[in-house]
Design a protein around this ligand. Structure first.
Ligand SMILES: Cc1ncc(COP(=O)(O)O)c(C=O)c1O
Length: 425
């Protein structure tokens, strides 16, 4: 089932014609299909059926409360990286025993809050962090479950900025040092050694690094068990890549990924945790925008749209490619030409789509959408250039709802105070 599709040349999200929403709400806005979120979750769950599995949705990909609640209702767990994300998933109703906490720099306040809420496991990334968790549990006379995030020294990820598993990346504990740190952990009576964790990168489109990393972690786990550590959880992290340059979902890659996990871990009765982010939300969201201007400089045609790098950072940050398409397909004047589609931010890097095929007859006010923008989209948006932060809308069959209001410059101004020594206006 495809949840964004054209009917009679007009884009629909589920049963809602997207241009109808544009009559009520100003662009740019993010639009999510709730049924696409559910379908993605169910598909992954089905493909990994038969193993002791926890899907811990990686909240950083899209932390909107309604998105979290949708996954909570599917039975999902969560992978969080801050107290803010932890508070949100608790509010969405995800139970503590399904929450894992990742991140290299957990603060004392964050650790204290997570300990109090008895989460499933801390994915610990350094000896100092381990000792801090131990100290907090001693002071509060509580305990905490820990896993070590080991760095398997495997290069992966669609872009150097989203590779996390090489030994020179800041993440995790080198696998060669991990055994000693498990021994250190054992000495703290308030720490329960629960598991082991890896996460080698994001937007991974080849099975090879996954295979190498999964085998490495399983071998290490067997070794730890022989040493008496009794590891219960193997957390494989996230990273499933998607095809941004096609309108379709890459089901083959997903199938192969699931088969790989099943074949490598079939003999273990340990709980397998995965932390998918992008796969669950990317194709469930679009960024709806409208055309402001067009201009040609030195034979190069620019299309200036009202969504920019402040709304969707991925192209500027990771050279990410997205497809842009019209909300209404034309029946006449259908010839296209290449445009560089850019946002309004005063940065040369604010290029949303290079070499986009756009109708030659495109006009001011025409609506377009950037596809597969549900992951690492709104969560990274900012008010740079003192711009509004776009709203988020969710569709469910023939209903839609504003699930996060637009934040306007007037709203942002409320947080600012003019220093008292400056002249009053
Ligand atoms: C620790 C951790 N887990 C899971 C994810 C989610 O990755 P993805 O969205 O590629 O599935 C990330 C993102 O990089 C991460 O840092």
């Amino acid at each position: 089932m495809i949840y964004f599709k054209y009917k009679k040349n007009n884009l629909f999200c589920e049963d809602i014609q997207v241009s109808e929403i544009c009559k009520k709400l100003k662009t740019p806005f993010y639009l999510y299909s709730s049924n696409a979120l559910i379908a993605n979750y169910r598909l992954l769950q089905k493909l990994l059926g038969g193993i002791n599995l926890l899907i811990a949705y990686s909240v950083k990909a899209n932390s909107n409360l309604s998105v979290l609640k949708t996954f909570a209702e599917c039975g999902s767990g969560a992978d969080v990286v801050s107290i803010g994300e932890l508070k949100k998933v608790l509010k969405a109703g995800i139970s503590s025993d399904k929450i894992v906490y990742s991140g290299v720099g957990k603060t004392r306040d964050e650790i204290y809050f997570a300990v109090k809420n008895k989460i499933e496991q801390f994915n610990v990334e350094s000896v100092e962090e381990l000792k801090t968790i131990a100290k907090i549990t001693e002071q509060t006379k509580t305990s905490a479950n820990i896993a070590l995030r080991v760095n398997p020294d495997i290069s992966a990820g669609g872009h150097p900025k989203i590779s996390t598993g090489k030994k020179t990346d800041k993440f995790g504990i080198p696998i060669s040092e991990a055994k000693n740190i498990y021994y250190i952990a054992k000495k703290f009576k308030n720490l329960n050694i629960k598991g082991i964790d890896i996460h080698i990168g994001s937007q991974i489109r080849s099975l090879t690094p996954f295979k190498k990393a999964f085998k490495k972690v399983l071998d290490f786990c067997i070794e730890l068990d022989k040493l008496g550590f009794n590891i219960k959880n193997i957390d494989l992290g996230g990273g499933i890549g998607i095809d941004y340059e096609s309108e379709k979902q890459d089901l083959k890659f997903l199938n192969d990924y699931a088969k790989l996990i099943k074949s490598i871990f079939k003999k273990t009765n340990k709980k397998i945790i995965i932390e998918p982010g992008r796969f669950l939300v990317a194709n469930a969201g679009i960024l709806v925008t409208s055309v402001l201007y067009k201009k040609t400089i030195e034979n190069k045609s620019f299309l200036i749209i009202d969504a920019g790098m402040n709304d969707l950072m991925r192209p500027a940050l990771y050279d990410a490619k997205h497809i842009i398409r019209p909300l209404a397909k034309k029946t006449k004047n259908k010839t296209t030409k290449k445009f560089e589609v850019v946002g309004t931010v005063c940065e040369t890097a604010d290029i949303m789509v290079k070499n986009a095929k756009i109708y030659k007859s495109v006009e001011q006010g025409d609506y377009y959408f950037i596809d597969k923008a549900g992951a690492y989209g709104h969560v990274m948006s900012s008010s740079y250039n003192s711009k509004s932060i776009a709203s988020e809308i969710m569709v469910n069959n023939n209903n839609y709802h504003v699930i996060k209001k637009k934040i306007d410059p007037e709203d942002l101004l409320k947080f600012e105070k003019i220093a008292p020594w400056l002249k009053k206006n």
